[in-house]
Design a protein around this ligand. Structure first.
Ligand code: CS2
Length: 484
């Protein structure tokens, strides 16, 4: 076990009451807020906040981070002046480091504070980890203006009688404040696992703004730069044992540590009209064409995650490492990777090395990455992770059976699950009430209408393929199509 942070005097002297982490215990400068973040959770803290902490100019770049639905994460972090420990958990042991880039942790419901900070001329960057489902993408890829929470936010914005409740609504409201005060251009950096995530964020925000105030939509178009990124660092949920490990190793009490694998990657593409931290000092890469990197990560890492989440849970596993150790799950992952790899440019992406590294990262049994956490919001995730590979394979005359198996496993999981966590939970429940291939067709249409398009050359064939793969993980072996 290594500790990057020196032991505090309390730990060294063995004092009876362990002190709480905070800036008076571990003095650290408080950088001015220049980044506003929406979605204060473990991943933001192990990734963007960690990169900002490690930027050479970190002293100039403080983050004000807002929670999503609940205030809890902001309250506990605020009690520690924004400081928290990153526990880097490798195969060989843990190392501990205090991250100090978050200088303000705020309840997301405090929309006045969000608007004030977004409007402040010093604010240059807005980062987002609001989850894939929060972009409320309709199946045609644009903002679903009929989604009930979008409708409710629009009514509030139009009447001026209250403040919006969704992250997109709150951001649009805050950008209106920036426009009103002449705060000038800035960058919105989407860090959610969506392909073309900058474009998705642009569409969602301008779509919402246009439905409220066309002048604001035009202002966003000309003043907000949408940066696309591919983000990567496996960050499981923190457990009580992690809190105890930090206390024992570091000699202070931290109620908000975050555990992450040693690996981290951040690829970005886009402009920063008001500047940005030197994230490259911490290893971030700035590229012109991001799509191949996004697809490599979304398909190979996230796609395998979703496959393991559904197949693995159906086979009684709890974590990624456990599921990967099951030969049936491992075989399905390799088959899916073969299909994905056939649709990625070779060479620069170093796919064999990337796959080998993934096997090692997933196999890190010290990281208890729960399949139930990954399984959430399946309808949105499969649209990014399985559908493009399935369509690309079929366009080339191949079956796409391994990608189809991921979708079939999701359907079996959804059939067995009570209280599915999914933005389309009600539609999924309605589709589940049907039978046979009508049920499969209805569920497929929720993931992507393209899969059931009667005009497609092989219209109907995908339905039959997926239907034939249902029940694979309650059967003794992987079916013929998925073998070689
Ligand atoms: C996971 C991701 O929960 C999920 O859907 O696939 O959170 C994954 O762990 C990260 O993208 C890794 O960078």
């Amino acid at each position: 076990m290594t500790t990057k942070q020196p032991m505090t005097t309390a730990a060294a002297s063995g004092a009876a009451t362990t002190p709480r982490l905070g800036r008076s215990l571990v003095p650290s400068a408080t950088a001015p807020v220049r980044i506003v973040h929406l979605g204060l959770g473990a991943f933001h803290r192990s990734h963007q906040a960690w990169y900002t902490h490690h930027a050479g100019d970190a002293a100039d770049w403080g983050i004000a981070a807002f929670t999503g639905r609940r205030p809890d994460a902001a309250l506990t972090l605020a009690e520690q002046d924004g400081l928290y420990t990153v526990v880097e958990r490798g195969d060989a042991g843990d190392s501990f480091e205090i991250v100090s880039s978050i200088v303000e942790a705020v309840d997301g419901a405090d929309v006045d504070r969000l608007a004030a900070l977004v409007a402040a001329p010093g604010t240059a960057v807005i980062t987002l980890t609001i989850t894939e489902a929060a972009y409320r993408l309709g199946t045609d890829g644009s903002l679903d203006l009929a989604a009930p929470d979008v409708v409710a936010d629009l009514a509030l914005l139009a009447s001026g009688s209250g403040q919006p409740a969704t992250p997109l609504g709150r951001l649009v409201y805050s950008l209106a404040a920036r426009r009103a005060t002449g705060g000038g251009p800035l960058a919105v950096v989407c860090c959610d696992n969506l392909s073309n995530n900058g474009t998705v964020a642009r569409r969602a925000l301008t779509g919402l703004a246009a439905a409220w105030n066309t002048g604001l939509a035009a202002w966003i178009e000309s003043n907000v730069s949408f940066v696309s990124t591919s983000v990567d660092r496996i960050t499981p949920r923190t457990t009580p044992a992690d809190l105890a490990a930090v206390e024992e190793a570091c000699g202070y009490r931290d109620t908000s540590p975050v555990v992450a694998e040693p690996f981290h990657s951040w690829v970005l593409s886009g402009d920063f009209p008001a500047g940005r931290p030197r994230w490259e000092d911490a290893g971030a890469a700035f590229v012109d064409a991001i799509e191949p990197y996004e697809n490599r990560k979304l398909w190979l890492l996230n796609g395998a995650h979703s496959l393991l989440a559904y197949a693995g849970q159906l086979r009684g596993h709890t974590t990624v490492a456990e599921a990967l150790a099951d030969p049936l799950c491992r075989q399905a992952v390799e088959r899916f990777w073969d299909e994905a790899e056939a649709n990625l440019p070779a060479g620069e992406l170093q796919l064999p090395a990337y796959r080998a590294a993934l096997l090692e990262r997933f196999g890190n049994a010290r990281i208890a990455h729960h399949l139930a956490q990954i399984a959430m919001d399946g309808s949105t995730k499969l649209r990014m992770r399985a559908v493009p590979v399935l369509l690309a394979e079929r366009a080339q005359g191949r079956s796409g059976a391994a990608a189809a198996l991921m979708i079939a496993a999701w359907m079996d999981f959804a059939a067995a699950a009570d209280g599915l966590h999914d933005p389309l939970a009600a539609d999924i429940a309605a589709a589940k009430a049907r039978s046979g291939d009508q049920r499969t067709r209805a569920l497929l249409a929720l993931v992507s209408p393209e899969l059931v398009d009667p005009a497609a050359a092989d219209g109907g064939a995908v339905v039959q393929l997926v239907e034939s793969l249902r029940g694979t993980y309650s059967a003794p072996a992987v079916p013929e199509q998925v073998r070689a």
